[in-house]
Structure formats: C-alpha cells, structure tokens
Ligand binder design. Structure first.
Ligand SMILES: Nc1ncnc2c1ncn2[C@@H]1O[C@H](COP(=O)(O)OP(=O)(O)OP(=O)(O)O)[C@@H](O)[C@H]1O
Length: 329
C-alpha cells in the first residue's frame, strides 16, 4: 500500500488545533459548490454573531493554497482516493460526518473535515502525552506533526487482526472488528495464525525499537499479510477481545512453542467473536453524541443522566406554558 507523508505547516497545525467553529479553508474542496456553501455558511454565522455590523466586512476564510496543492498532488499520485491520518491516530471516530460515512478522501477539504472532527486527532494535537507515565517531562510543542496519506484500499474488516507482542514474541491475537461474527475467521483460524506468525517472524521480530508493542495486520489473501500500524503496549491501545490485566499477566513463551504445537491458534491465544452472543457494540458510537451527554451517560451513576433528562423536560414544559400564556394574553 503506497503512502505519502507530508509535514504539517505551522499555520495548518494552528487551524487544526483551534477548537472554534468548523470552517473549511478557502478552495480546499473538490468543487466550487463546496467552497461556495462553505463561504455562505461562514458568512451566515458571522452575520448572526455580528448582526449590528453596518458594513459587509466578513472575516477571511483560512487559505492554505500551497499546502492544498501538495495534498492534491499526493492524492493524485495515490490514485485519487486516500485514507488520511496523523503520526499516531486516524480520524476513525469521525467517519459519520463525511458523505457516505467513510474515511475515503478525494480533496484537501475532505481531509480537513475529518481531522478537525476527530477526538482522537484533537487529543494527539493538543495533549499527546497526557496518558504517558512520564507526561511531565514530555514537551508537546516539540512534536513534529505529519499528515500521512495512504492509498485507499477496500479492507474487509474480517481480515484485520491486532497482535500483542511481549518480549518480542506474540502473546495474543484478536479479531480487530469485535462487532461481528465471521464464519470465515472461525473456519480458517489455523491458516490465519500461520500467516501472521510467518509475517511477524520474517518482517517485524527483532526490528522494532521496543520489546513490547502491538501491531495491526490484515491478511490480503492466503500467505499474504500486510502491516497497518504499530500501537503502544498498554491501555491507550484498545485490547479488543482481551483485557489489559490478562495481557500484562501473560508471560513471554519460548519461541519453540509455536513450532512444536498441535494448534497454533491455541499457542498464540487467537481470539475471535465465536457467536453473535459475544458481539461488542461499535467502539466509536459514543463519539456521535454531544460530548457532555456521552460523558454523563458513561459515568457509573445513571441517575445523573436521568436528572439531566428530567430537567430538560421541565424546561421544555416551562417554555411551552409561557408561550401559551403569551398567546392567551
Ligand atoms: N489505506 C486504507 N484504506 C482504507 N481503509 C483503511 C486504510 N488504512 C486503514 N484503514 C481502516 O481504518 C482503520 C483504522 O486505521 P489505523 O489502524 O491506521 O488507524 P488508528 O487510528 O491507528 O487506529 P488504532 O489506534 O485503532 O490502531 C483500520 O482498521 C482499517 O479498517
């Protein structure tokens, strides 16, 4: 899979870090329609906020024409559609905001829209070390941010696997998409494990900077495995069908175990969704509701959510009764 990496200029970084109204940069879309509706929306908002402004002096939209040119050239080189991400995270939680609910981007505007709407990307840009043990020593301003554009591939979710590595040996493999049961995965688990182990031993083992890490791979076909990315070995990475307590407790097996065993899937602790009963909810569903509501609803005390809903209902009733009083008087 072809990849192009482009350093993020200061002004684009500042634009992505800004938590204000979402405005797309001038001329970043793939059609003049997008640009015009963007400008219209921006101007409407501006007029709402400044209703007493006499003259027609509207704030300029951001303009990154030079950087947009680099993005467009990269998109063309990668075949016209790309998967965007920053150094650490993709905007996987923001697909709902894009046309067709997809991370497939064809213009700089598509990329800005996803990056600006993603909590994962915002976290990387504003507090990248907040979950690190030595966060106090880390200097976020020294991070060099890049946009990584990958050639778009239609990846079948049943072919993606997350592999947990401890002491530079695989200690567990989990189906990546935990929202579905796949007969194919169940029936082919030995072959899947064999391909992943061969890929790991020939391409990854002994080459990564750390001994403990997580990598995501997808199996394009029999005997053909591709690396998607690396993640830290710890709770900042989703443990999928494992728990981090289990993973921390596992000991690194001796290498021979994989070559002298009856079942490779057992030796590698291969986890997949065995039936529809073990399905887990969509991991990114909570990002589709307002953040304050999602925060309250995920707290252990559900009465806070009930209180909020009750107070909203009361406010609505009060508003209704005062408007009917106004009509009657
Ligand atoms: N080139 C691509 N084309 C299409 N879809 C892709 C591409 N690369 C990745 N994806 C899809 O996007 C998902 C997330 O990709 P990726 O692992 O790079 O993001 P991430 O933010 O690092 O996620 P995580 O932190 O969970 O590893 C993948 O599981 C895959 O389904």
């Amino acid at each position: 899979m072809a990849v192009i990496i482009i350093a993020l200029p200061k002004e684009v970084l500042a634009y992505l870090q800004d938590g204000g109204t979402l405005v797309l940069p001038e001329g970043s879309g793939d059609s003049s329609q997008l640009h015009q509706s963007n400008r219209r929306q921006h101007n409407d908002e501006y007029e709402d906020e400044n209703w007493d402004t006499e003259d027609d002096d509207t704030e300029a939209l951001p303009n990154f024409s030079e950087f947009d040119g680099q993005l467009r050239a990269a998109i063309d080189e990668l075949g016209g559609s790309v998967f965007p991400r920053l150094n650490w995270s993709s905007p996987k939680d923001a697909s709902w905001i894009a046309f067709g609910n997809t991370l497939k981007c064809k213009s700089p505007g598509d990329i800005y829209l996803l990056l600006k709407s993603s909590d994962f990307v915002t976290h990387d840009l504003t507090q990248p070390f907040s979950l690190c043990e030595d966060a106090d020593c880390a200097n976020a301003t020294r991070v060099k941010y890049d946009i990584v554009l990958r050639e778009w591939c239609e990846i079948n979710p049943s072919t993606e696997f997350r592999c947990f590595v401890k002491g530079d040996e695989i200690i567990g493999i989990s189906q990546r998409d935990v929202t579905s049961h796949y007969d194919f995965v169940e029936a082919n688990q030995e072959a899947i494990c064999r391909d992943i182990l061969d890929f790991f031993e020939s391409k990854i083992k002994g080459r990564f900077l750390d001994e403990n890490y997580v990598f995501d791979a997808y199996r394009v076909g029999t005997g053909n495995v591709c690396l998607l990315d690396f993640n830290p070995f710890g709770p900042v990475t989703d443990s999928l069908l494992f728990t981090w307590d289990d993973l921390y407790q596992k000991t690194t097996p001796s290498q021979n175990i994989y070559h002298n065993c009856d079942s490779l899937s057992k030796a590698l602790d291969f986890q997949y969704v065995e039936s529809d009963f073990r399905l887990q909810p969509n991991q990114y569903g909570k990002y589709r509701v307002p953040r304050d509501l999602s925060g309250i609803s995920s707290k252990s005390d559900p009465s806070r959510l009930i209180d909020l809903l009750k107070s909203q209902t009361m406010m609505q009733r009060e508003e209704e009764s005062s408007s009917s009083d106004d009509t009657n008087s």
